[in-house]
Design a protein around this ligand. Structure first.
Ligand code: RIB
Length: 367
């Protein structure tokens, strides 16, 4: 029988010898994951040294570190994050709860979050509330039960008692893409009132007097802020312009198509000649519906979106849009959360507000 090389203790490496094939099988795949103690034994170091290799590698000499890592590889060791979290009280994870994971705005935001988290050795757990309050609460409960280090969230509703309780129980929270003045959390957002104003001023400059605002639900403060900015610009212009509301059940492409159907039910003589949409997905859905019904953008109806996602410029009629610094929003929000995690009680909460930028394209400027 070939001698299966055994280590000092057969317990560290179990092998089966198959008499037919005369092949040794290592039970690594099936054997229980090796413990830190077994790694220490194999590498002839203390358990504390193995723990240092895992958590403070700079405190271990390169030669010893190499010997421990080799033993881990030999035994197929995998650190037990749950056990580590039990000891420390927190996992190396932050939660990110977004409104709509299908919206490229949040994909770009998540990229910024993940880059900052990864640079700090942390993992991001992504949760999609899908603009649904009960689902958002379930995710928040799960993240708190998992003892994540903190939570980044674009809440379904600005007024959010469940989130308040989680903050009061000690989990750091940073609001993303949502303004607040509350002093027990940080926030990162864009000045959506200014963004709405920029969109409406552009359409007024193009000569539009009957303008619609498409967006909803009105429980989302970003939507109401954008509408408020547009309404202020229309009023202040003093040219007898109007801003009518096409309220949508969500900020999705499908809601944009439905808004197009509603718009076309209006008598052409009273129909808005321009629509400012609360985000680009709505505008792209509206663009598709208008085009499918034979209307020309911008000649028959001008369109403006919000976010300036990559698909805005790539649309069949390139979309004018209010640009949000999406990745930067995510990166800064994650950095504020990491600061709070490190500083704990000495952390000074801040509310970072970026200025939006208006990007003019064909969907709102007649040739
Ligand atoms: O956060 C609410 C909305 O604001 C998102 O849908 C995103 O498009 C941003 O513009």
């Amino acid at each position: 029988m070939p001698r299966c090389s055994t280590l000092r203790s057969d317990r560290l490496r179990r092998r089966l010898f198959d008499p037919e094939t005369r092949i040794c099988f290592t039970l690594r795949g099936a054997m229980a994951i090796a413990s830190i103690k077994e790694v220490a034994q194999l590498a002839s170091v203390s358990v504390g040294t193995v723990s240092n290799v895992l958590n403070r590698p700079e405190a271990v000499s390169p030669a010893t570190r190499e010997r421990v890592l080799s033993a881990m590889s030999e035994l197929g060791f995998v650190r037990n994050e749950s056990a580590r979290a039990l000891r420390s009280g927190r996992t190396r994870t932050m939660g990110l709860v977004v409104l709509d994971v299908t919206n490229p705005f949040f994909t770009d935001v998540a990229k910024g979050v993940e880059g900052a988290a990864d640079a700090s050795g942390m993992i991001v757990t992504l949760c999609n509330s899908d603009q649904d309050g009960p689902r958002e609460r379930r995710y928040l409960d799960h993240l708190e039960e998992q003892r994540v280090q903190g939570i980044l969230i674009t809440p379904v509703e600005a007024r959010n008692p469940h989130l308040e309780q989680i903050i009061d129980r000690g989990t750091p929270v940073v609001l993303l893409d949502c303004r607040t003045t509350k002093r027990n959390r940080c926030s990162v957002a864009v000045d959506d009132v200014l963004g709405g104003r920029l969109a409406a001023e552009h359409l007024l400059e193009q000569g539009h007097r009957r303008i619609a605002f498409a967006g909803g639900p009105m429980t989302i403060s970003q939507v109401t802020d954008r509408r408020r900015g547009a309404a202020a610009a229309v009023t202040e212009a003093g040219v007898g312009a109007s801003l009518t509301l096409i309220e949508t059940p969500s900020l999705s492409f499908a809601s944009g198509r439905h808004a197009g159907e509603q718009l076309l039910e209006t008598d052409p003589s009273r129909r808005p000649t321009a629509v400012f949409c609360a985000n680009d997905l709505l505008a792209l859905g509206l663009l598709q519906e208008l085009s499918a019904r034979g209307l020309r953008v911008p000649d028959d109806i001008a369109l403006v979106g919000y976010d300036d996602i990559d698909y805005a410029a790539a649309a069949a009629v390139p979309l004018s849009s209010v640009r949000q610094p999406r990745e930067e929003l995510g990166k800064v929000a994650a950095q504020l959360l990491l600061e709070e995690i490190d500083e704990r009680d000495s952390h000074r909460h801040r509310h970072v507000v970026f200025e939006p930028e208006f990007v003019v394209r064909e969907s709102s400027v007649r040739a």
